[in-house]
Design a protein around this ligand. Structure first.
Ligand code: SIN
Ligand code: FE
Length: 304
């Protein structure tokens, strides 16, 4: 695992450099901007740093859905309507500025991604008391229980807006290595399309996913990825013995990573913004690195 540090004064980059950055992301590296390329206006930053979550919302991130301009997860006990509208406007600007930046920066993916949700994470991450499968301080790869991606890749762009503290992560080895450890335990590596289908149904039942998402929306790929997320968090031996590195993201920095393939955990830090993109696996500059391709090769069957 490597962190590629990118200085803003080297931008805009050549088309060759943009392809190299895409290839590095696809290879499980983190692209790190010591100074964010999508700065937040000072008055927006002030407002964000003064938010306090309480009550039921204390366990939630605040989510912003750009396609519907909708906010959820905010604290109804401490925020009035005007404040909710203000926060929605801030998230809309953040989401827009990250998208505008990445449209140029990740030129090889243009037209091949969908902008997904953005989130604001005002909680202190250290010592959050969450159920095991929702804990983010255990190494995991991301999968959305209610929103299967059907093979699309999960690219996340973060911004540590804490004025003085780092956001501290642990990062594991990329998918193509860890999957070898987990795949035989999860999918019984079926050799035909029909047995892949049967394995997927067994998985869906075992994970309880069947009741959450209608069958037509999920693919065997989604079921595997959800199961991988759970299996990593539940595997104490993997958590303690797997190869991992500790990474600190400075105040005011940004970074992005394919979180469905790079095992990650957040150990401490407070106040981060995040924007998710769902990228077409066919848009990869190294198409064989897409997890759907890696799995299909392992299983010998179509998983979407
Ligand atoms: C996660 O995606 O697991 C959490 C990352 C973070 O909030 O820093
Ligand atoms: Fe995650």
């Amino acid at each position: 695992m490597a962190v590629q540090s990118i200085q803003l004064d080297t931008l805009p980059a050549s088309p060759e450099q943009a392809r190299l950055w895409c290839a590095q992301l696809e290879d499980g590296e983190i692209l790190y901007f010591p100074q964010t390329p999508a700065p937040i206006p000072a008055e927006d930053l002030d407002f964000l740093l003064n938010q306090r979550q309480s009550g039921a919302s204390i366990h939630k991130n605040i989510a912003y859905k750009p396609d519907r301009d909708r906010l959820s997860g905010w604290d109804s006990q401490t925020m009035n309507d005007a404040e909710v509208n203000r926060l929605r406007g801030i998230m809309q600007r953040y989401s827009g500025s990250v998208t505008a930046f990445l449209t140029g920066f990740l030129a090889p993916y243009q037209g091949r991604w969908r902008r997904d949700y953005a989130s604001y994470r005002p909680m202190e991450e250290q010592g959050r008391d969450l159920p095991l499968r929702r804990r983010n301080d255990l190494l995991h790869t991301d999968a959305f229980p209610t929103r299967p991606t059907r093979g699309a890749r999960i690219l996340r762009f973060f911004h540590n807006i804490h004025p003085t503290r780092t956001r501290d992560w642990v990062v594991g080895e990329p998918f193509r290595r860890v999957v070898k450890e987990f795949a035989p335990r999860q999918l019984s590596l079926p050799h035909s399309q029909s047995s892949a289908g049967r394995a997927a149904v067994r998985l869906a039942r075992a994970t309880g996913l069947a009741s959450l998402v209608p069958r037509w929306k999920r693919t065997p790929y989604d079921e595997f990825m959800m199961q991988l997320h759970n299996a990593m968090k539940e595997d104490a031996a993997f958590q303690s013995t797997c190869a991992k590195v500790f990474v600190q993201f400075a105040p005011g920095s940004s970074w992005m990573v394919y979180t469905e393939t790079v095992p990650h955990a957040v150990l401490s830090g407070q106040y981060a913004l995040e924007q998710t993109f769902l990228v077409d696996p066919a848009a990869m500059v190294t198409p064989d690195s897409a997890p759907v391709k890696v799995l299909e090769k392992l299983v010998g069957a179509n998983l979407t």
